[in-house]
Design a protein around this ligand. Structure first.
Ligand SMILES: [Zn+2]
Length: 304
């Protein structure tokens, strides 16, 4: 985070909590918004969580997506305006596992609402790394790409909404359960349709580890695993081309939002072709289930 943003967060967090203390005495932020606006004011950090929050909350909540449309959430930092908006919200729904690096600042600076860490209860993967100092940073955040974990995230959202707004507990729980039935169907579909196929695939960045673990697949990546969003070097290209040859892989995956040139170079080298495997990180057409179903179709073309 740059110094300017840091200073802005500190400045805002000093001004806002103090002013709300003066006006509303010791009332919590939540009571304040209940008087002003009966809907829960929710901020979701990025696209899949935005969709899940809307599905669970429907007309009882106002959900605002934090990372703007078209922006990749990994390295995103909030603006002063974003921080002001966050300070006014009842709940902020985050992925957790270090995906939202800005959240610690918000907590340190006395955010009055609830931060909903949707990774609670999910077993986190720590990619291999010799550099112990950085091991914490290397936790793999891509839990939403495993539908079994996505279900848990939906449940965590329903629980948080129910705690913040107990009158509508049943509403939130029912919405979550109904949606999770669809995620169950998606899960069985993936499990069944990939069960008799090959296991090794080449993704662009290291985003499908949880998915691969769930469905007994081996993910190889163009971008090195230890360098989540690093650069493609001649060495990594060479390595992945030889991996593709060894494993007889002829589909190289790309992501819908990135330049497909790198994947195309590898595909040309091995006489294969490029398909999309979306990590669902930025807003694009379709919803979680339709995009995961499209991912499944492309994986089947690669593996079956
Ligand atoms: Zn990612």
């Amino acid at each position: 985070m740059n110094t300017q943003t840091k200073l802005a967060i500190i400045a805002i967090s000093i001004v806002i909590p103090l002013s709300s203390l003066v006006v509303y005495s010791t009332n919590s932020n939540q009571q304040f918004t209940h008087i002003d606006n009966p809907k829960l004011q929710v901020i979701s950090s990025f696209n899949p969580l935005h969709e899940f929050s809307q599905i669970v909350g429907q007309e009882k909540v106002d959900v605002t997506l934090l990372v703007p449309v078209g922006v990749e959430p990994h390295d995103w930092e909030p603006t002063i305006k974003d921080v002001q908006q966050m300070q006014k919200s009842d709940l902020i729904v985050i992925n957790g596992v270090g995906f939202e690096s800005w959240v610690d600042n918000l907590v340190e600076n006395n955010y009055q609402g609830t931060i909903v860490d949707t990774s609670i209860g999910i077993t986190i993967i720590h990619p291999q790394d010799d550099d112990k100092e950085h091991s914490e940073k290397l936790e793999d955040p891509h839990i939403w790409l495993n539908p079994v974990f996505a279900k848990k995230q939906v449940q965590n959202i329903a629980l948080a909404f129910s705690d913040a707004d107990p009158e509508n507990r049943e509403f939130y729980q029912t919405n979550a359960e109904k949606y999770n039935e669809q995620l169950d169907l998606l899960d069985s579909k993936i499990r069944n349709e990939l069960s008799n196929c090959n296991n090794d695939f080449i993704a662009f960045h290291d985003s499908f580890s949880y998915f691969a673990k769930e469905y007994d697949l081996n993910q190889h990546t163009i971008i090195a695993t230890n360098d989540l969003h690093g650069e493609v070097t001649a060495k990594t290209l060479e390595n992945i081309i030889s991996t593709a040859r060894e494993l007889n892989i002829n589909i190289i995956f790309s992501e819908e939002t990135i330049n497909t040139k790198t994947s195309q170079i590898i595909a040309n080298e091995i006489g294969g072709k490029v398909l999309v495997l979306s990590p669902l990180e930025i807003v694009s057409e379709g919803n979680y289930i339709s995009k995961m179903t499209k991912n499944l179709e492309n994986l089947k073309e690669a593996l079956c």
